[in-house]
Ligand binder design. Structure first.
Ligand code: ADP
Ligand code: MG
Length: 308
C-alpha cells in the first residue's frame, strides 16, 4: 500500500520514460536489481597476501541523515569480512561513527582533533581497535568542532588530515573517512587526501539537488588540491521499493548518474537505528539480514572497482 505517495514533480521526470520502462516486458534470464538495471556480475574478492597502500575513500554528502555514518561502519565491516584491513576516520564532531562502534568517545582525551592541530600527536596515539577484526578507528568527539577555526590560520590547512594519515597508508587496504554534513574545511581535508568520494544519498526527490553542489566542490578540490580525486560511486540509501516515489526517484538517479550508481541499494529498515544503539555493524548484529547482505554487496563492488 502506498501510504507515503509523494509524487515527483512532472518536470523532474521529463524524458525519464520511467513509466514506459516499468511496463516494458522483462528480458528472460536477466536478474534486475533494485536499480532497475540488470545486476553486474562481480567476482568474489580474492584474498590478499599483503596489505596496503590504502585507498582513501571520503564518505561525503553535505546533507545530514542520509546514511554516511551507517555506510561507513557497515561498508568498513564488510570490507574487513573480506580480509581487508580497514581504518575508519571519524571526521564529524558529533562522533556518531565512534558511538556506532561502541567507543565511549565523550571520555577520550585524545581524538582526531589533537592529530589535526597538534604536530606532536600522531594518528597512532589516538587509534583504537574495534570489536570487529581488521577494523580500526580514529575516534572523534565534540572537541573536533574547534578544529575548523584552529586550522584556518595554518599553512597547508587543507592537508592536515592527509599528513596525519600518511604514516598509516601501508598498514591498511582501505581508509574510510566519515565526513560531517557540510562542505567546510574538515570535509575539504577529507577530499584533499582521498582517492575517491563515495556519496550516500537518501532516495528522496530533494536529495538530487544537493548533489550538484557536492559535485562542484569535488571538481574544485580536484582542480586546486588533489588531481587524482574521483567519484567512486553513488549509494542509494533508505530505499523503499513499495512506494511509487521511491521507484521514481531511483529511476531518475540511475538516469542522471548511470554507472556511478552502485547495484547495491540499502533499503529503509529500522534495523539500522537499532545497530547504532547496539554499537555494532549490522554484519555482526543481524548478520543474515537483507541490510547486512546489501553492504556486503557494496563491499564487493568497491573492491572490484578499486582493484584492491
Ligand atoms: P548521516 O551520517 O548521513 O547523518 P546516518 O548514517 O547517521 O546519516 O543515518 C541517519 C539516521 O538514519 C540514523 O538514525 C541511522 O540509524 C538511520 N539510518 C541509516 N540508514 C538507514 C536505513 N537504510 N534505513 C533506516 N534508517 C537508517
Ligand atoms: Mg554522520
Amino acid at each position: 500500500t502506498e501510504t507515503t505517495q509523494t509524487r515527483t514533480p512532472a518536470w523532474a521526470l521529463a524524458a525519464t520514460g520511467s513509466r514506459d520502462a516499468e511496463s516494458a516486458p522483462p528480458v528472460a534470464d536477466v536478474e534486475l536489481g533494485p536499480t532497475g538495471r540488470p545486476r553486474r556480475s562481480i567476482p568474489e574478492p580474492a584474498p590478499l597476501s599483503s596489505h596496503g597502500p590504502a585507498k582513501i575513500i571520503a564518505m561525503c554528502n553535505q546533507k545530514g541523515g542520509v546514511g554516511k555514518t551507517t555506510s561507513t561502519i557497515n561498508l568498513g565491516a564488510s570490507l574487513a569480512e573480506c580480509g581487508r584491513r580497514v581504518l575508519l576516520v571519524d571526521l564529524d564532531p558529533q562522533g556518531a561513527l565512534s558511538a556506532g562502534l561502541g567507543v565511549a568517545h565523550h571520555d577520550l582525551d585524545m581524538t582526531v582533533h589533537n592529530v589535526l592541530v597538534d604536530p606532536r600527536v600522531t594518528a597512532d596515539d589516538v587509534l583504537v581497535h574495534t570489536r570487529v577484526e581488521n577494523l580500526d578507528l580514529l575516534p572523534s568527539n565534540i572537541d573536533l568542532s574547534a578544529a575548523e577555526i584552529q586550522l584556518v590560520s595554518e599553512v597547508g590547512r587543507e592537508q592536515a588530515l592527509g599528513r596525519a594519515l600518511y604514516p598509516l597508508l601501508d598498514r591498511y587496504d582501505y581508509i574510510l573517512v566519515d565526513c560531517q554534513p557540510s562542505l567546510g574545511l574538515l570535509t575539504v581535508n577529507a577530499l584533499a587526501c582521498a582517492d575517491s568520494v563515495l556519496i550516500p544519498m537518501e532516495c528522496e526527490f530533494f536529495s538530487l539537488r544537493g548533489l550538484a553542489l557536492l559535485n562542484d566542490t569535488v571538481a574544485k578540490v580536484r582542480d586546486r588540491l588533489n588531481p587524482k580525486l574521483t567519484v567512486a560511486g553513488i549509494l542509494v540509501t533508505m530505499y523503499d521499493s513499495r512506494t511509487l516515489h521511491g521507484r521514481e526517484v531511483m529511476s531518475r538517479v540511475v538516469e542522471v548518474f548511470g554507472d556511478l550508481v552502485y547495484d547495491a541499494v540499502i533499503n529503509r529498515t529500522v534495523k539500522f537505528p537499532e545497530t547504532s544503539v547496539a554499537g555494532e555493524p549490522i554484519t555482526r548484529w543481524a548478520p543474515t539480514s537483507a541490510g547486512a547482505e546489501a553492504y556486503r554487496g557494496l563491499a564487493r563492488e568497491v573492491i572490484h572497482r578499486t582493484g584492491r
